[in-house]
Design a protein around this ligand. Sequence first.
Ligand SMILES: Cc1cc2nc3c(=O)[nH]c(=O)nc-3n(C[C@H](O)[C@H](O)[C@H](O)COP(=O)(O)O)c2cc1C
Length: 283
Amino acid sequence: MAARASRKLLRDFLFRRACTTPIASARHCSSAAETAPKIPHFSKKGRLLTGTFLGLVIGGGAYVSTVDEATFCGWLFSATKLVNPFFALLDPEVAHRLGVSAAARGWVPREKRPDPSNLGLEVWGRKFSNPVGLAAGFDKNAEAVDGLLGLGFGFVEIGSVTPVPQEGNPKPRIFRLREEGAIINRCGFNSEGIVAVAKRLGAQHGKRKLDETTSTSSSSGEEVKPGGKAGPGILGVNLGKNKTSEDASSDYVQGVHTLSQYADYLVDCSLLTSSLVIFLFSC
Ligand SMILES: Cc1cc2nc3c(=O)[nH]c(=O)nc-3n(C[C@H](O)[C@H](O)[C@H](O)COP(=O)(O)O)c2cc1C
C-alpha cells in the first residue's frame, strides 16, 4: 500500500516537472494544450508609443523619399559626425584600421554632388575635379581606393609601399595629442609590399575602368570628365624603401616598374636621416 502511494507521488511529481518545460508541455501535456493562448495586453501608454513610432517611421520615410539625392547625400555626411566621438575613444591605430576597413567595404558615404567647375585643375595632363586629396599613410596598402575616391577627394595617394613586406615600428606607434587635436605618427613604413599592392591595384584598375566605360557609354558624350587612367579619380602611389635595404635606388626602381602602370602619378619618399625628400613623377 505504502509502495503504491509512493509510486503515485513519484509519477505525479515527474508529470508536473515534464509539464513545466515549454517543449515538453506542448508535446505531452494535453492539459497545457487545452489552455487558452495568452493574448498580450498592451497598456494605453504602450499603444500610444507604438502608434507614434510607426507614424514617425512612415512619415519620415515619405519625407525622405521626396528629397533629392544631393540633400540625402549631405545628410549622410552629417551623420558621420555622430560616430566620430566613438572613434576618438579607441586606440588610434585601431580607429585607423576600422576606418580603412569601412571604406574598403563601401560603408562610407558617397559624394553624389558634382564639384563646382571652378575647383577643377589640370596638372601634367591629368584633370583633377578638385584640389583636395588624401595624403599617403591612410590607405597604405591600396585596400580602399574606390571608397575613398567616392568620399569626394580629388585624388587619393596610397602607400608608402615598400618592395618587400615589413612590419614597421613596434606598437604603440600612433599617439593622440588630444588638447592639440593632433596625432604623432611613428609607424615606420609598415607595408604589405609591392606584390600584394600590385594585385589589389590590378583588380581595382580593371573594375574602375569597366565602371567608367559603362557610365561613359550611357552619358551624352558631350561632357568632358575629369580623371586619371582608370576613371574620374586620380590615383597616386607613394613608394618607400625597405628599412633593411642596402640599395635604396633599386627599391624605388622596383616600385616604379611594378606600380606605375596603375598610377596617375608616383611619389618617391626618401627618408634621409632627419629630412624627408619627396620626388613626384607623372605616369
Ligand atoms: C598615421 C600616418 C601615417 C603616415 N604614413 C605615411 C606614409 O606611409 N608615407 C608618406 O609619404 N607619408 C605618410 N604620412 C604623412 C602624410 O602623407 C602627410 O604628409 C602628413 O600627414 C601631413 O599631411 P597634412 O599636411 O595634410 O597635415 C603619414 C601620416 C600619418 C598621420
